[in-house]
Design a binder for this molecule. Structure first.
Ligand code: ZN
Length: 363
């Protein structure tokens, strides 16, 4: 499979040697004890379906002919993540017991993920070739541009991936100088540590990244991220704040401020704006109206006219923001901004006794 020597350059002779993962090689979740079915089982079933499809529908020879999940090793897949439309070709080289997606930082960056607990997916390459067509995509807004492999990148070009990964340190150890500089509150740029960004265009942009902390086994770890086990956004936020309160190096009030300023406020204001500029739709024939007809019913079929953006989706972050405001000490400016926003929302929707909830509340 192209792995001939370990990270020290020694030839491979036993199972205990450490190899550097190549940029497009993937270790997928097998999940021995856990919440969801492992990728090994799912992909074997899909491969068998693809073979059936080739034989019975297209009248061609089966392609995968898998006996079991071991035969998935070496197969090519397309990696895809939410909100992107460019698939990245990867190669399966193994499975872990965790529900994690082990890949080079370069691969995560190519999928526009920054390793903060986001999700990604893979599909077998032949599945994408056979069963994806732009014609299957919905015509609705957003349906054509995201979450579908419109473009396929066969080889990672580090200069084209998400630039957040350029700041990744690539060092085998941190020098004493770094810790001394930290004690003196020096700026990060004052200690020279090699990073991905400094290697762009060179052969070393792909390999020799190194690592600083040994583990005995990648399966001897947290098997599933709490980002996955905590179902709702409110649960995730609650746990995040609990952690912020516990960690001495973190100012919890500042975390609350950041969550509101960078996330909730932007979402609330953006959605409120979208709500006031939205179009209207007939429930019966799906005719879209820039303005609701004066008759109050669909001009084409007499059907009921409804909003295309729901009130619930606009105000979903209001209560969590107000909860944070109550619990943590925010600046008077931010408190007042939130109060003004609450007023604006109440002006728009009225103070309703009936509240719209997310469906997941009932599961
Ligand atoms: Zn209609």
């Amino acid at each position: 499979m192209g792995y001939t020597e370990d990270i020290k350059g020694n030839p491979l002779v036993d199972d205990d040697q450490i190899l550097e993962l190549r940029p497009q090689d993937l270790i997928l979740p097998s999940v021995k004890e856990g919440f969801e079915e492992g990728a090994d089982k799912v992909l074997v079933r899909i491969a068998r379906f693809i073979d059936d499809l080739l034989e019975k529908f297209y009248g061609m020879k089966p392609y995968y002919n898998l006996k079991n999940s071991d035969d998935l090793i070496g197969q090519l897949v397309v990696g895809l993540a939410p909100h992107i439309s460019c698939g990245m070709v990867g190669r399966i080289i193994g499975f872990s017991d965790t529900q994690a997606f082990f890949a080079s930082p370069m691969f995560h960056a190519a999928l526009r993920r920054d390793c903060d607990g986001d999700e990604a997916c893979v599909l077998l390459l032949m599945d994408a070739f056979l069963n994806f067509s732009q014609q299957y995509l919905p015509d609705r807004r957003g349906g054509r541009t995201m979450d579908a492999p419109l473009v396929l990148t066969p080889i990672i070009d580090p200069a084209e991936v998400d630039d957040m990964v350029f700041g990744l340190d690539v060092a085998k150890r941190y020098p004493l100088e770094l810790y001394e500089a930290a004690q003196d509150y020096k700026k990060t740029g004052e200690v020279m540590i090699d990073s991905v960004g400094k290697r762009l265009g060179k052969e070393s942009q792909y390999e020799g990244f190194g690592f600083t902390h040994n583990v005995s086994d990648i399966n001897d770890a947290v098997l599933i991220s709490s980002y996955k086990t905590l179902p709702s956004m409110q649960d995730k936020m609650k746990k995040q704040m609990e952690l912020a309160v516990k960690v001495r190096a973190v100012k919890e009030d500042d975390v609350a401020r950041l969550v509101i300023e960078k996330h909730f406020m932007k979402d609330l204001k953006g959605n409120l704006r979208k709500f006031s500029q939205q179009s209207f739709r007939c429930v019966n024939c799906n005719e879209i109206y820039r303005r609701p007809p004066l008759s109050g019913i669909c001009n084409k079929c007499g059907g009921k006219i409804i909003y295309t953006i729901s009130q619930g989706s606009v105000v979903k972050y209001l209560q969590p923001s107000l909860d944070l405001m109550k619990e943590f000490k925010l600046s008077p400016y931010l408190n007042q901004s939130l109060e003004l926003l609450t007023n604006r929302i109440e002006t728009m929707f009225g103070k309703e006794s009936e509240k719209q909830d997310h469906l997941s509340k009932w599961f």
